[in-house]
Design a protein around this ligand. Structure first.
Ligand SMILES: Cc1cc2nc3c(=O)[nH]c(=O)nc-3n(C[C@H](O)[C@H](O)[C@H](O)COP(=O)(O)O)c2cc1C
Ligand code: SF4
Ligand code: SF4
Length: 266
């Protein structure tokens, strides 16, 4: 079977999951083409070129990030079996199902939704109780994730009908989270800024998926189109990107360094 997957990954978790999933499926005799939405225009994707087509992305408060939602709306209509994979740190609810609706309305036949739990890349300045996952906890989470990915690969290989997260609890949780996020996003999330440690390397400029950074006089300058993918904050080489003044304390407010301690994209 030939499978195609389009993914978005802010800090590498979803890319890692999709790479492992592809390895598992290839071990079962399938061919997998996995491409980042940042490298391939939606209009040029032909989902019907594959026997099954997948989307994969991180859970952002029961949403897909706007950059990926917009991408889904630009994909061509297609009559093809669809699967949706999310990665989340705690709970995904109906996120995969909810995003897949954008494609189901245009002919795609949803057969599988699944979430893989991964380390947390997210930090809300006003919610210190949920820090990014410390590096020592990452290997254990990845071990569990590998086992989960193996299960999901087996189901995909069989084209098994299994839509997880879209029961009453998942749907209700999803509705509440989406409502809360839309209503309180601007209050909860701080605008990023680069502090005086910025060395003007331009990494944030090159890798922000929403072109929210530019270089002015050798210093990174932020324009707010941010979708909080956490990429720049996590991978700035000198940790000069701050959410608030207190995140300058980088030993307390640690950055998530990706599933294998490397920068995205790897
Ligand atoms: C803005 C934002 C919102 C998030 N919301 C949730 C959430 O509602 N539930 C959850 O379990 N994880 C949540 N997370 C954690 C990410 O979904 C998780 O770490 C994911 O694997 C990151 O994937 P990536 O590295 O591919 O971007 C959130 C992360 C961000 C950046
Ligand atoms: S990645 Fe960091 S050091 Fe490099 S330009 Fe951006 S803020 Fe400055
Ligand atoms: S500014 Fe940073 S967190 Fe926001 S979208 Fe760009 S890379 Fe992601």
């Amino acid at each position: 079977m030939k499978l195609g997957v389009i993914y978005f990954s802010g800090t590498g978790n979803t890319a890692w999951v999709i790479q492992r999933l592809a390895e598992q499926l290839q071990g079962l005799g399938d061919t997998v083409t996995a491409v980042s939405c940042e490298e391939n225009a939606a209009e040029q994707i032909d989902p019907e070129a594959w026997d099954a087509f997948g989307i994969a992305f991180p859970v952002h408060s029961s949403f897909a990030a706007t950059v990926f939602r917009d991408y889904l709306t630009r994909l061509p209509a297609a009559d093809v079996p669809l699967f949706a994979i999310t990665t989340a740190a705690y709970w995904a609810g109906d996120t995969a199902w909810y995003a897949a609706q954008l494609l189901e309305r245009r002919g795609y036949g949803l057969f599988l939704c699944a979430n893989v739990l991964m380390p947390n890349n997210f930090f809300i300045p006003k919610l210190d109780i949920l820090p990014v996952t410390p590096p020592e906890r990452v290997p254990r989470i990845l071990t569990r994730a590998r086992s989960r990915i193996k299960t999901v690969a087996g189901r995909l290989h069989q084209l098994e009908q299994r839509i997880e997260g879209a029961g009453i609890v998942g749907r209700l949780g999803g509705v509440l989270q989406r409502w809360g996020y839309t209503r309180f996003e601007s209050k909860l999330l701080a605008r990023f800024h680069a502090d005086e440690h910025c060395i003007g390397c331009g990494w944030c400029v090159r890798h922000c998926p929403t072109q929210s950074w530019s270089l002015r006089d050798g210093q990174a300058s932020f324009v707010d189109r941010c979708i909080y993918c956490m990429r720049c904050y996590s991978f700035c080489p000198v940790q000069a990107i701050q959410a608030t003044e207190k995140t300058q304390n980088t030993s307390k407010y640690r950055r998530y360094r990706g599933p294998e301690g490397r920068r995205y994209p790897t």
